[in-house]
Design a protein around this ligand. Structure first.
Ligand SMILES: Cc1cc2nc3c(=O)[nH]c(=O)nc-3n(C[C@H](O)[C@H](O)[C@H](O)COP(=O)(O)O)c2cc1C
Length: 328
C-alpha cells in the first residue's frame, strides 16, 4: 500500500501543456468549491489542481450578478480550472473564452451533472443523450481556447445507455486534454457504488489522461481507484467533510478536530465579509452541515441549523458548539 501511494504522490501527468503533480483534483462542487474553500484545501497540500463550482455559460455570458461571485480567485489557488455548464455551443465557447481571459488554467465542460435543474435545459448529463450536441460543444469550445480543455462525465444516462466509450473517443478526437470520469450513471445519482470496471475500461481505450472519480474516502478506496490504472483522482464529498483529505491520503497524516474548528472560524468570517447576506447564510449553513459529519456530536449542530435565519445566527450555532467543546 505504502509504495503504491508513494509512487502516486510523486507521479507527474500532463493535461495539455500543464504538468500536474500530484495528480489529485478537488472536484467541482456547487456552492462549495468557491475561492475561500479552494484556498483552505490548497493550504493543507497534497493537491494538484482545484476546480471551481459549475458556472452556467448562459448566466455568465448574460452578466448575471450571482455568477460574478463565482469568478473570484486568488493566485495561491493556481492551477485553477473553471467548469462550465450549458447546452448552447456558441455560448459555451464564449463563456470558456471569458474564463480563459480572466486567468483560468483550464476549462472543464460539465457532462455529468444529474440534477433536474441542469438536465431539463439540456446541460450536464443530458449531453450524454445527445452526443452530436456534446461533440459540437467540445469543437466550438476547443477552437476558442489556448489553455487545456477537459470534460467531466458519468457513464451514461442509465445502465442501458452507457456512452462513456463514445464520448471518450469524441473527446480525444476533438482535442480534449483529459476526461474526468465519475463511474456512475445519471440515473444512479449517488446511490450504489462507483463502478471501477467502467473506469478501467475507458482508461484502456484512451491516450489522453483519464481521472477516476467516485467514493474515494481513504487510502483503501484510493488504492481501489488506482487499480483501474487511471492517471489521477478527483474527490468531492470527502473533501467537504475533511478539507485535508488529499494530505491525509498521500501522507497518512491525521488532522486534529481542533484544526477543523479553527478553519470554520476563519472561513465563516471571510464568507460574511465577501458575500451578500443571503448567499453568506446559505453557504455557512451548507458548510456547517457537511463539517458536522466530522465533528463529535455533530448531529446537535444540524438540528440547531434548521432554526438559524441569518448568517449571524449560523455563526452563533457554531460558536456555541465550539464553546461547549472547550468547556469539556
Ligand atoms: C453537493 C454536490 C455538488 C456537486 N456539484 C458539482 C458540480 O458543480 N459540477 C460537477 O461536475 N459535479 C458536481 N458534483 C459531483 C462531484 O464533483 C463528484 O463527481 C461526485 O460527488 C462523486 O465524487 P465523490 O464520491 O468524491 O463525492 C457535486 C456533488 C455534490 C455532492
Amino acid at each position: 500500500m505504502k509504495n503504491t501511494i508513494e509512487e502516486f504522490k510523486n507521479k507527474k501527468i500532463k493535461i495539455g501543456s500543464l504538468e500536474v503533480s500530484p495528480p489529485t483534483f478537488l472536484a467541482p462542487i456547487a456552492d462549495i468549491s468557491d475561492s475561500v474553500f479552494r484556498q483552505i484545501v490548497k493550504e493543507f497540500g497534497g493537491i494538484g489542481v482545484v476546480f471551481s463550482e459549475m458556472i452556467s455559460a448562459d448566466a455568465l455570458t448574460r452578466g448575471c450578478k450571482k455568477t460574478s461571485f463565482m469568478l473570484n480567485f486568488d493566485f495561491s489557488e493556481k492551477p485553477l480550472f473553471f467548469q462550465i455548464v450549458g447546452k448552447e455551443p456558441l455560448r459555451m465557447a464564449m463563456a470558456a473564452r471569458m474564463l480563459e481571459d480572466l486567468g483560468a488554467d483550464g476549462i472543464d465542460i460539465n457532462m455529468g451533472c444529474p440534477s433536474k435543474n441542469v438536465t431539463k435545459s439540456g446541460g450536464g448529463s443530458a449531453l450524454l443523450m445527445d452526443l452530436k450536441k456534446a461533440e459540437e460543444i467540445i469543437r466550438k469550445v476547443r477552437k476558442v481556447l489556448s489553455i487545456p480543455l477537459t470534460i467531466k462525465i458519468r457513464a451514461g444516462w442509465n445502465e442501458n445507455n452507457l456512452v462513456y466509450k463514445e464520448i471518450g473517443k469524441i473527446a480525444e478526437n476533438e482535442g480534449v486534454d483529459a476526461v474526468f470520469f465519475h463511474g456512475r450513471t445519471k440515473k444512479q445519482m449517488y446511490s450504489g457504488n462507483v463502478n471501477y470496471e467502467w473506469i478501467a475500461d475507458l482508461k484502456s481505450r484512451l491516450k489522453i489522461p483519464v481521472i477516476g472519480n467516485g467514493d474515494i474516502v481513504g487510502r483503501e478506496s484510493l488504492l481501489k481507484m488506482l487499480e483501474t490504472k487511471c492517471d489521477g483522482v478527483m474527490i468531492a464529498r470527502a473533501a467537504i467533510k475533511k478539507p485535508w483529505i488529499f494530505k491525509e491520503l498521500l501522507d497518512n497524516e491525521k488532522v486534529e478536530i481542533e484544526k477543523l474548528i479553527e478553519i470554520i472560524e476563519k472561513q465563516f468570517k471571510r464568507i460574511m465579509k465577501i458575500y451578500p447576506e443571503n448567499l453568506a447564510k446559505h453557504k455557512m449553513k451548507l458548510f456547517l452541515s457537511w463539517y458536522s459529519r466530522s465533528l463529535p456530536k455533530g448531529k446537535s449542530i444540524r438540528l440547531q441549523l434548521n432554526d438559524a435565519k441569518t448568517s449571524k445566527e449560523v455563526l452563533n450555532v457554531f460558536e456555541n458548539y465550539r464553546n461547549s467543546l472547550l468547556d469539556k
